[in-house]
Design a binder for this molecule. Structure first.
Ligand SMILES: [Zn+2]
Ligand SMILES: [Zn+2]
Length: 142
């Protein structure tokens, strides 16, 4: 699932540009999360790539805010967004070595592809999944 050469730098930013970041190294292909929290956060499903925490360098964070969206024993998650323009940017499970980045915040074109769907048990009904990619009721599991 490697789409970026290690030497290549990927850049991303929020809508207003007061949050900017660079990614060094590999990006995971995109997974669409249909859970209710992503729906509220993004206004639709969340389309996320994922990188190692140490490969993400936030170069501008004037208006970056973090919202603790899950703090129970199964997940200790914070979501990063721009408090100026409202862009939804990061999903960060603090106990894990990776951070998910909203694919839409990356500068285009990306070389990423969508590889599947998670939390399909929480589909809201106003859209259907039309592709043949793997679907999971909850987390990705194979
Ligand atoms: Zn912004
Ligand atoms: Zn989600």
């Amino acid at each position: 699932m490697t789409n970026n050469d290690d030497h290549k730098k990927t850049k991303g930013r929020c809508l207003c540009g007061q949050v900017k970041f660079e990614i060094h190294g590999e990006l995971r292909d995109v997974v669409n999360c249909h859970c209710s929290k992503c729906r509220k956060f993004h206004g639709n499903y969340g389309a996320y790539t994922s990188v190692k925490v140490e490969n993400l360098k936030i170069t501008e964070q004037k208006s970056l805010k973090w919202y603790e969206s899950s703090t129970d024993e199964t997940a200790n998650v914070r979501r990063g967004f721009c408090s100026e323009c409202g862009s939804s940017l990061f999903w960060h499970p603090k106990d894990r070595p990776t951070i998910a980045i909203a694919a839409g915040s990356l500068d285009s074109p990306t070389n990423l592809k969508t590889r599947g769907h998670i939390w399909c048990s929480q589909l809201p009904g106003f859209y259907q999944i039309e592709d043949d990619l793997p679907q999971f009721d909850e987390r990705w599991s194979v």
